[in-house]
Ligand binder design. Structure first.
Ligand SMILES: NC(=O)c1ccc[n+]([C@@H]2O[C@H](COP(=O)([O-])OP(=O)(O)OC[C@H]3O[C@@H](n4cnc5c(N)ncnc54)[C@H](O)[C@@H]3O)[C@@H](O)[C@H]2O)c1
Length: 377
């Protein structure tokens, strides 16, 4: 297939890690016979230094026209003194999300076999397998509702509005994602055979207290009955979900939830995997494509040293292949390359054991190893 990908390297380690994802995408294109046209545009502090705007018009226009966007990271101390509305995080990231209509955020949290020791959870919990996809509603609820203070400023409110339309469109993304993950095997448990896992969505709400949650539950249930009866659906209160994520994460496949609950649960889920340099994300909307980025920031403390872990960005490129282009085999190949390279012992400093940190691979050595694995070298 032919696809037009906009690259937004941004600030700090952004250019270093995006360069490695480009190597992986080129290897995929060669191996599977695709034509990916990749064009870089300035964003964030780097764009501000160029033209005084963290999201230049040409960058926004290119993102709107692209089949998908791959972002490194934006921000850093150099731009912290800018007025809030001009800072990279707000001007570039929030404007991109709203202009591209990105209403669903997908964050997979997975413990890779070779990195099991990095999880803060007990070995017997990790051994059951952690591979959860959180689908968070991104443009509704309390973060976007009316807010205010009383005249004497001693009371405040944040309205949490949700429409059935907003709930159904993000629920559809979660059900579709669960179907795509269908067939995956659960990690073997001692004494038990590997059982195939049916696609499952856990819809998280607080329907015992909140009216928006009751609408959420009704809407998800109706959509499930009408269009997704092949997917298992369960409902869970958010307080229980927070507990189950650390007690028994293997019980989850896809978690679907509203904006604020998702904000909290997705951070919790990412932490149980133990390594920020490994975690990708996708933001999807009504339009084609979507925006793909690692969950970490621009890491100014290690920028320019060539030691950043590029795997979160490479795995974000895998999410792009799967969600923007429907290229499941290609996405699987990238994830398999990551798994194989980790299993062969290649580590960047952030995921190396203390004894191996001095001989850790550089950013580009890790990117080269993934490229070689994808190319069958
Ligand atoms: N989406 C984004 O672009 C985004 C997200 C979060 C933060 N930020 C911005 O990034 C800047 C730095 O923020 P921060 O320091 O709070 O968070 P950060 O995620 O950049 O860094 C936190 C810690 O994790 C390490 N780290 C992050 N990514 C890594 C990688 N790929 N490999 C190895 N180590 C890695 C860093 O070295 C640092 O010690 C700030 O300006 C912040 O606003 C941007």
């Amino acid at each position: 297939m032919k696809a037009n990908i906009v690259l937004l390297p941004g600030d700090g380690v952004g250019p270093e890690i995006v360069a490695e994802a480009v190597k992986a995408l080129k290897a995929v294109a060669t191996r599977f016979g695709h034509d990916f046209e990749m064009t870089e545009y300035p964003v964030g502090g780097a764009a501000h230094d160029l033209c005084g705007d963290c999201l230049p018009d040409a960058t926004l226009a290119a993102c709107k026209a692209a089949d998908a966007v791959l972002l490194g990271a934006v921000g850093g101390p150099k731009w912290d003194a800018l007025p809030p509305e001009k800072r990279p995080e707000r001007r570039a990231l929030l404007t991109l999300r709203s202009e591209l209509g990105l209403f669903a955020n997908l964050r997979p949290a997975k413990v890779w076999d070779a990195l099991k020791g990095a999880s803060p959870l007990k070995d017997e919990i990790v051994a059951r397998g952690i591979d959860v996809l959180i689908v968070r509603e991104l443009t509704g609820g309390a973060y976007f509702g009316e807010k205010g203070r009383s005249a004497d400023r001693t009371s405040a409110y944040d309205v949490t509005p949700y429409s059935a339309h907003e709930i159904a469109r993000v629920a559809r993304i979660a059900f579709d994602a669960a179907r795509r993950r269908h067939g995956r095997a659960v990690a073997p448990q001692p004494g038990r055979a590997v059982a195939p896992r049916p696609p499952k969505v856990t819809s998280v709400d607080k329907a015992n207290v909140l009216e928006t949650s009751r609408l959420w539950r009704e809407t998800v249930t109706a959509l499930h009955a009408a269009e997704y009866a092949d997917v298992e659906l369960e409902h869970m209160y958010v307080d229980n979900a927070a507990m189950q994520l650390v007690r028994d994460p293997a019980r989850f496949d896809v978690i679907l939830t509203e904006n604020m609950f998702g904000d909290i649960l997705s951070d919790e889920a990412s932490q149980i995997t133990g390594s920020i340099g490994m975690l990708p994300s996708a933001s999807l909307g009504a339009a084609k494509g979507g925006l793909y980025e690692p969950i970490h920031g621009s890491a100014p403390d290690i920028a320019g040293k060539g030691i950043a872990n590029p795997l979160a960005t490479i795995l974000s490129a895998a999410l792009m292949l799967r969600h923007a282009f429907g290229l499941a085999a290609e996405a699987d190949a990238v994830e398999q390359a990551v798994s194989d390279v980790l299993a062969s012992g290649v580590r960047t400093a952030d995921i190396a054991s203390p004894s191996g940190a001095s001989s850790a691979a550089s950013t580009s050595e890790m990117g080269d190893a993934i490229q070689a694995a994808l190319s069958g070298l």
